[in-house]
Ligand binder design. Structure first.
Ligand code: NAD
Length: 297
């Protein structure tokens, strides 16, 4: 495969995603503010350049995986940023989770300079990024969506065209708001059962076959010891951090205010994760909200 890819943002998600592109045979130039992350990509067959925008100038595809809206806006829209540096015809794909309005703003600026740009946030966590099984929710033109397939298919297995620019981010915000609420509800139910003397494993198994079943209960159980592979059984290490969930619920609240939409449970969930983070749990997996609802066992 001949496409030159530049991948910017080699964090928990970006590094394994870029490594999957290297494994698929693409030439991938990786960039991050953290040198150790770049070294890891180079050690696995990628390359890098001292000047990331010099690499962007040669790229057929630019993929970014950054923390939040402000990072994406400054990287793309800055004076010597991606839009000022990319070569004509380059395809731009932002996989970060950011505000839908920010995604639309950057895509409009890209369009004004003649670039196709997609917002392509992901679901599936670090395990999905490593296994190449992410779900992509993509906003942008159908043509750009088709052009991105060879790259997205190497990083994910479910790839959806959600609609115009910003739609991928809208789906992501809705999904993560629901996930945040479900994790709290699941934790409450297990805590209530345990307070009544139930074994959380038995309780979870029965609820998993009943109408309360959901992903947090079945795949990512928040109670330590119920599921060996879940972060709850690893002291809530790794996984999806409380602070990232807090960011996503903040996006949901901002969006609900802007669209005059009532999200009473989403707002409450944001407040609970905020308190949990202020209590020092920001870096723990978000399922640690279970600890806020009762004494640790
Ligand atoms: P992370 O903080 O581990 O990685 C972000 C990386 O971007 C960091 O390595 C940082 O140094 C780099 N960076 C920031 N600004 C930069 C710049 N100007 N140039 C180069 N590099 C820059 O975060 P992550 O967990 O990889 O998440 C990335 C995005 O994916 C976030 O928007 C997050 O919400 C989303 N996401 C995360 C998960 C997850 O499970 N961690 C799951 C789905 C979506």
């Amino acid at each position: 495969m001949s496409a030159n890819i530049v991948f910017i943002g080699l964090g928990n998600m970006g590094l394994p995603m870029a490594q999957n592109l290297v494994r698929a045979g693409f030439s991938v130039s990786g960039h991050d503010l953290v040198k150790a992350s770049v070294d890891k990509l180079v050690a696995s067959g990628g390359k890098t350049e001292a000047d990331s925008m010099a690499a962007v100038a040669k790229a057929d595809v630019v993929i970014t995986m950054l923390p939040a809206s402000r990072h994406v806006e400054s990287l793309y829209l800055g004076e010597a940023g991606v839009l000022a540096s990319a070569k004509p015809g380059a395809l731009l794909i932002d996989c970060s989770t950011i505000a839908p309005e920010a995604a639309r703003k950057v895509a409009a600026a890209a369009g004004a300079r003649g670039f196709e740009m997609l917002d392509a946030p992901v679901s599936g966590g670090t395990n999905g990024a490593t296994a190449g099984t992410l779900t992509f929710m993509v906003g942008g033109s159908r043509q750009a969506f088709e052009a991105a397939q060879p790259y997205l298919q190497k990083m994910g297995k479910a790839i959806y065209h959600a609609g115009d620019s910003g739609s991928g981010q809208t789906v992501k915000v809705c999904n993560n708001m629901l996930l945040g609420i479900l994790m709290i509800g699941t934790s409450e139910a297990i805590r209530l059962g345990m307070a009544n003397g139930m074994d959380p494993k038995v309780l979870s198994e029965i609820m998993s076959k009943s109408s309360g079943r959901n992903w947090a209960l079945e795949v990512y159980n928040p109670c330590p010891g119920v599921m060996e592979t879940a972060p709850a059984s690893k002291d809530y290490a790794g996984g999806f951090g409380v602070d990232l969930m807090l960011k996503d619920l903040g996006l949901a609240v901002e969006n609900a205010l802007a669209t005059n939409c009532a999200i009473p449970l989403g707002s409450t969930a944001r407040n609970l994760y905020d308190i949990h983070s202020m209590n020092g749990a920001g870096k723990l997996d978000f399922s640690s909200i279970f600890n806020m609802l009762g004494k640790a066992k």
